[in-house]
Design a protein around this ligand. Structure first.
Ligand code: GRF
Length: 217
């Protein structure tokens, strides 16, 4: 049998979560709202970003959360950015890191530091349509259903073990409108799925067996 990596919830108290964002932060907001309930089992400690001036950071500040920004272009090399981001997140001693619309590929140091504990949400049904254009790539291909995937992050781009997926139908109108309305429908499903998954991981822990993510019932 393949060996299993086990991630247990912290006891006592809620799981410690750091969220990384790059944009409007509606997934972050859904997590902030869910975590307001002590029964949810997760506490958001801080929000990080790779750029300034985004609504995601405003949402964090409005919720009274500490924020930090590390822009790749401010570092001499990508590995220096990777190290700084890793240190900033590690300072919060998170049980889970959630990348919610974070549009940078995480570096090897970051992935090693939080291996098996980084949760990403992607707006397509992986392994189809990985990368930054999952919504429009699915539309262009002509698939009839797409959706979202909540998965653990590994060293590849959107290749890590899948935790949960949600399905969204594509209509003819989506082709005329270029994908904006489709992305909004996906995000409605995505927010609910992400909140559900993060809560379950926080409360129950998880293990990874042969690429399968198992969450105790
Ligand atoms: C989500 O659809 C996410 O999957 C994608 O970007 C969107 C982020 O939305 N990578 P928001 O910033 O959480 O509103």
């Amino acid at each position: 049998m393949a060996s299993a990596e086990v991630f247990s919830p912290r006891t006592p108290g809620p799981a410690r979560v750091v969220v990384l964002v790059s944009g409007s932060g509606t997934n972050l907001q859904a997590l902030i709202d869910a975590a307001a309930d002590p029964g949810y089992g997760a506490e958001i400690l801080a929000v990080g970003a790779d750029r300034d001036g985004i609504t995601g950071l405003e949402r964090a500040e409005r919720a009274g959360l500490p924020v930090f920004v590390h822009r790749v272009k401010d570092f001499p090399a990508r590995d220096a950015w990777d190290r700084e981001l890793t240190d900033a997140v590690a300072g919060y001693r998170p049980d889970l890191v959630v990348t919610a619309g974070f549009m940078k590929i995480l570096g090897p140091e970051f992935i090693a530091a939080f291996a098996g504990r980084i949760v990403n949400t992607h707006p397509a049904l992986l392994p189809a349509f990985p990368g930054a254009h999952g919504v429009t790539d699915a539309l262009a291909y002509g698939v009839k259903v797409t959706g979202c995937t909540v998965h653990l992050v590994d060293a590849g781009v959107d290749t890590g073990p899948i935790i949960a997926q949600g399905v969204v139908e594509i209509t003819d109108a989506d082709h005329a409108d270029g994908g904006d309305a489709l992305h909004e429908r996906i995000k409605t499903v995505e927010r609910e799925l992400l909140v559900e998954v993060v809560g379950r991981l926080a409360r129950e822990g998880h293990r990874i067996e042969d690429r399968k993510v198992r969450i105790p019932a």
